[in-house]
Write a protein that binds this ligand. Structure first.
Ligand code: NAP
Length: 338
């Protein structure tokens, strides 16, 4: 029999970076987790956290969108964390239809299912800073103008608006995290933070060809996923659902991350040249970083900074893990693997 304090949560996207970290966090709090997954979902992150066959995670097959309704009806979860998404901004240009199906249609289906079959369920939705106007020069908060500039951001804004609509129109309890970039040891390979950490470890251990990057002066408001994820359940404990920007409030360049990653392994580099002719060399004069302009992105020069004041005040957060510390965590994780 389920004990009084056991909470039941559905997590979509459990195999992703945030989903697996959230599952780990909720398991430590005695939750029962129901995880709708598609065939051949990725188990790497769940394995890394050693929870892929945890007795309190019940994996259920998700073949079509219609399955969501029967899953919600059957399990009547206390909480529903909707994290599954086509999450790569760059790749979203190539397949906007798929992006909309996963990011927007899914969200609508979940909202309808909660409304019709489990109206007491509290919904958490992972929105994105990509919904904001990219030309904003001030820090963005929950009320800043929204004007996405890629299919990922457009699909997330559609879903974000739907969540707010169901909250207002049907009184569905829902909270939205407007997430700025956040990284961790579990970040997937196609993201630049992971690439930098993997390549830095390879170069320090084995040498070889240089790390090739696009615009190293591109800057992002980067945070650490474990800091953000552990707040997700806190959003659902508020008396009313609300929206919160999750951000570090600081910008760091790609170049900066490369420096911190090498420094984490006490490996000295120095920069030479400018723009696309920039290189970094090691103490033997070998090139360890170089530029490949094919990796340049149209939006490399947008410098969006998140204002986390509402989040910090509401949840009494003083500090997140320092940037240098979590980049080092990512590097050391790769170091142990290679
Ligand atoms: P992630 O690591 O890319 O994980 C994405 C998850 O979605 C995976 O579990 C994946 O499952 C699932 N998924 C993808 N396509 C699917 C499909 N067609 N059908 C079913 N499941 C599908 O993402 P994350 O970094 O954990 O991000 C979590 C959420 O936060 C996402 O909604 C993302 O858009 C949002 N967000 C993240 C960031 C960030 O910096 N991490 C920033 C802003 C917003 P499979 O194993 O089956 O592929």
């Amino acid at each position: 029999m389920v004990s009084m304090q056991t909470q039941k949560a559905i997590i979509t996207g459990i195999s992703g970076q945030d989903g697996s970290l959230l599952a780990q966090h909720l398991l430590q709090r005695n939750y029962q987790i129901i995880a709708p997954v598609r065939e051949n979902y990725n188990t790497i992150n769940l394995q890394a956290l050693n929870i892929e066959s945890h007795k309190n995670i019940h994996f259920v097959a998700l073949q079509t969108l219609a399955d969501i309704n029967s899953i919600i009806l059957e399990y009547q979860p206390d909480e529903f964390y909707h994290l599954a998404a086509f999450s790569h901004v760059g790749q979203s240009h190539d397949n906007p239809q798929k992006v909309f199906e996963v990011n927007s249609n899914w969200t609508l289906k979940i909202l309808q299912a909660i409304k019709n079959s489990s109206p007491e369920t509290r919904l958490f939705f992972a929105s994105s800073c990509e919904i904001f106007d990219s030309n904003l020069s001030e820090d963005v908060d929950e009320n800043s103008p929204k004007k996405p500039s890629n299919p990922y951001g457009i699909s997330k804004l559609a879903a974000h608006n739907l969540v707010e609509y169901f909250r207002d129109r049907y009184d569905i309890y829902s909270s939205i995290a407007i997430l700025f970039n956040h990284e961790s040891e579990l970040r997937s390979d196609e993201f630049v933070s992971k690439k930098i950490c993997q390549e830095v470890v390879r170069i320090v251990k084995h040498g070889g060809k240089p790390l090739m990057l696009g615009n190293i002066n591109a800057k992002k408001d980067w945070g650490y996923a474990p800091d953000y994820v552990k707040l997700f359940p806190e959003l659902l404990k508020l008396p009313k659902g609300d929206d919160f920007v999750f951000a570090s409030g600081k910008l760091h360049s790609v170049k900066d991350m490369v420096e911190v990653a090498f420094a984490s392994l006490n490996y000295k580099i120095s920069w030479k040249g400018r723009d696309e002719n920039t290189i970094a060399i090691n103490s033997s004069g070998e090139t360890v970083v170089a530029i490949d302009t094919r990796f340049y992105r149209p939006m490399d020069n947008r410098y969006l900074i998140g204002n986390k004041e509402k989040l910090a005040k509401t949840f009494n957060i003083n500090l997140f893990t320092p940037y240098e510390k979590w980049v080092k965590n990512m590097v050391l994780f790769e170091y142990q693997k290679l």
